[in-house]
Ligand binder design. Structure first.
Ligand SMILES: C[S@@+](CC[C@H](N)C(=O)[O-])C[C@H]1O[C@@H](n2cnc3c(N)ncnc32)[C@H](O)[C@@H]1O
Length: 510
């Protein structure tokens, strides 16, 4: 069977992950001062792209040649159809990783990215991934890999084992019905408050938490034949076989000295020189469940002068609509307070750009008047990007083409949301990434772009044709009038806040 035990009966969700964007990968490496050799027009490969939302948004918003493979043909077909809208060069395959590794018609890749794959595939598929990285990623190339890790998953592993055993041996019906049945079984076990369930009270919360998640996601996350959380040291040893060195976390805040680990643990960690022991120990100190790691083929640390020169190549755009910047920051290591004397002037300088792109050097000149150094500014920009308040501007070599491609892609994503919920992101070419939107916002945008006269009534017509109703304050709205009123409020918010943001980011026509 082509799916090799991987869930294929139920399609995967339409996720977008900004960590995979070329501009973000390079920025994350710079935050740790690690060199890469990826130019303006990279060959980019995504392994296991799911519905291909990240792949298509990356292709539309960045220069380069984009490739992807996912062995689920229904997902590949969706991704290919959406790709045609942008007109960008995207080559989509429905090969398994094993088949893809054997291909001889591929270029050398500058970037290989895989999100939500490593822990959920067979040992043979992992071997094929390592082989693809070994043979098809060029020296100086970047690898992004995310996975479930230890020790965060350690207490949950027995729960997941029992859930999938129950689904296989006792539950009946299609996969979604079996998932439901097995979650119900788990809840009855939690209610006994005995043995494992009494020893680990968090398991009850976990079962409840899973019960609230999208069932397509739950099927893929917990009911696959393969599910293997591993330690950083185990994954990095496997990737070393492909000559890969760990370089940085794609979570920028983790890369900041002082923010990635609780303060009372810093001295202990500072005494560890082996990188695998360091990262693995850090995972224990913050009880990591999931890692988003960036590796490079041939690691080279930049000098301070090189880092300073690279920073000068960056510009930024604000995303958050805040006069006052919140100074509290939640991190995997707990919560932290940002230094007011640095962050207030940095935020003020960013706001002075009035939503336009502002360069690192212009920001540095402004904040120097408040005694903020270039190093402190850089750290603040990494943190604010990590929190989503700002974004580095695109460094694409095809900026004009990206705007046309992204707007065409966005129209297609909005058009598809008439029929299916889920692909709730729009390509934002000026930041080489995406902004998230709701389905109703997408439909309002579609009605506006298509020049519909009665926006609210048109959107309501699309939703009601699918048997959908809006929800306001937790209450489902029943009548047409209530729904149209609610759509009217959303339309207002689209016109006053969302549309100007999308236009500023090149995601919507002026
Ligand atoms: C958990 S999903 C992640 C999808 C996507 N990267 C995301 O995060 O939205 C895993 C994906 O890998 C694909 N996949 C699993 N095993 C594979 C294999 N051996 N070869 C190719 N694709 C595979 C599945 O079809 C599925 O779309």
């Amino acid at each position: 069977m082509w799916n090799a035990g991987y869930v294929s009966e139920v399609d995967y969700i339409y996720g977008y992950f900004s960590e995979l964007a070329p501009v973000r990968l390079k920025f994350a490496l710079l935050s740790r001062g690690i060199f890469h050799d990826v130019g303006d027009c990279p060959n980019y490969l995504e392994l296991g792209f799911g519905q291909g939302v990240s792949l298509n948004i990356n292709a539309a918003t960045s220069s380069g040649y984009f490739f992807g493979t996912d062995f689920n043909p229904s997902q590949s077909v969706y991704a290919s159809q959406v790709a045609r809208a942008s007109g960008k060069p995207v080559r989509i395959y429905d090969d398994s990783f094993e088949e893809f590794a054997r291909r001889e018609d591929l270029p050398q890749f500058d970037v290989i990215a895989l999100h939500g794959i490593w822990s959920w595939v067979s040992g043979e598929a992992r071997d094929a991934i390592v082989e693809i990285v070994r043979t098809k990623l060029k020296p100086g190339g970047i690898l992004y890999v995310s996975y479930n890790c230890k020790p965060g998953w350690a207490p949950i592993e027995p729960l997941r084992h029992l859930l999938s055993l129950h689904a296989e041996k006792a539950a009946t019906g299609g996969l979604l019905a079996r998932v439901e049945d097995s979650l119900h079984f788990a809840q009855r076990l939690v209610d006994t408050n005995t043995g494992y369930f009494a020893q680990y009270p968090t398991i009850g919360n976990m079962v409840q938490g899973i019960g609230k998640l999208d069932r397509n996601y739950v099927s893929h996350e917990y009911f696959n034949r393969h599910w293997l959380p591993e330690s950083f040291s185990e994954v990095s040893a496997r990737l070393a076989e492909a000559k890969m060195d760990f370089a940085a976390s794609a979570n920028l805040i983790d890369n900041m000295p002082g923010l990635g680990v609780p303060s009372h643990c810093q001295e202990l960690l500072a005494g560890i020189s082996d990188p695998a022991l360091y990262e693995t120990t850090r995972d224990y100190l913050v009880n990591s469940q999931f890692r988003r790691d960036i590796y490079v083929k041939g690691k080279r640390q930049m000098t301070v002068a090189e880092i300073a020169d690279r920073l000068e190549e960056y510009s930024f755009l604000t995303l958050a609509d805040l006069k006052e910047l919140p100074l509290s920051l939640s991190t995997p290591a707990g919560s932290a307070t940002l230094r007011e004397e640095i962050y207030r002037p940095v935020w003020k300088a960013l706001l002075e750009a009035k939503g336009a792109v502002i360069s690192f050097s212009a920001l540095a000149d402004t904040v120097a008047k408040n005694g903020v150094t270039r190093g402190q500014l850089a750290e603040a920009l990494f943190v604010l990007t990590g929190r989503g308040d700002i974004a580095p501007a695109s460094q694409s070599a095809t900026a004009d083409q990206d705007i046309a491609a992204s707007q065409a892609l966005n129209h297609e994503l909005c058009r598809r949301s008439r029929y299916t919920a889920g692909a709730n992101n729009l390509a934002a070419p000026r930041i080489g990434a995406a902004v998230s939107v709701t389905r109703v916002q997408q439909l309002v945008l579609l009605a506006l772009w298509d020049g519909e006269k009665e926006i609210e009534a048109t959107v309501w017509g699309w939703l009601s044709a699918q048997g959908e109703r809006l929800v306001s304050d937790g209450k489902t709205l029943d009548t047409a009038e209530e729904n149209i009123n609610e759509i009217g409020k959303i339309r207002k918010e689209v016109s006053t806040r969302l549309m100007p943001l999308l236009q500023r980011l090149g995601a919507a026509p002026e």
